[in-house]
Design a protein around this ligand. Structure first.
Ligand SMILES: CC(C)(COP(=O)(O)OP(=O)(O)OC[C@H]1O[C@@H](n2cnc3c(N)ncnc32)[C@H](O)[C@@H]1OP(=O)(O)O)[C@@H](O)C(=O)NCCC(=O)NCCS
Length: 144
């Protein structure tokens, strides 16, 4: 059984195991900063098994009125393809259904993880900015 819940405090060890399982080294390199980022997020939704093991999470940055940015969504490597990512994202879509914008930034389709994550987001009904005459801009990121 997978339990979806909104949480506000986090353990560095279980964050390391989850983020490390998908190779997100930039995040695991500074766990206290990652934990603070989660604690300062508008909302963090988690997936746990019935023993309490952390299987996935997603977090948002939002004004809870007009815009919701999904800043991370990840599922432990060994639990991909079991519907956990869908449950996390659908939880956020329902929670922020009143916002005009529900957006996220993810790796380009040409990157190793791109095809999988793009297929996932499309399956959940999302489209790329350029498909609706929008563009996303940002300052250059170190080690994107
Ligand atoms: C992308 C990710 C979050 C998907 O989570 P998941 O739990 O494996 O996905 P789900 O099992 O909920 O899949 C939901 C739907 O997307 C589809 N999907 C998921 N991954 C897919 C892939 N690699 N290729 C094609 N379709 C895919 C599934 O077929 C499923 O369709 P259905 O519900 O209609 O049957 C997960 O693979 C992950 O954590 N990857 C590493 C981190 C990452 O890239 N995060 C996203 C960028 S921020």
């Amino acid at each position: 059984m997978v339990i979806i819940a909104e949480e506000t405090s986090f353990d560095d060890g279980e964050l390391f195991d989850l983020y490390d399982s998908v190779g997100w080294d930039v995040w695991t390199a500074d766990l206290p900063r990652l934990r603070r980022a989660l604690e300062k997020s508008h909302l963090v939704v988690t997936a746990r098994d019935d023993t309490g093991r952390l299987l996935g999470l997603a977090r948002t940055v939002s004004d809870d009125e007009i815009v919701c940015y999904v800043q991370e969504l990840l599922v432990e490597q060994g639990h991909h393809g079991k519907g956990i990512g869908r449950r996390l994202l659908e939880h956020l879509m329902r929670r922020y259904a009143h916002c005009r914008y529900f957006m996220l930034t993810t790796d380009h389709e040409s990157t190793p993880e791109g095809p999988g994550s793009h297929a996932f987001y499309r399956r959940l009904g999302m489209v790329e900015h350029h498909e609706q005459k929008l563009s996303a801009f940002g300052l250059p990121v170190e080690n994107p």
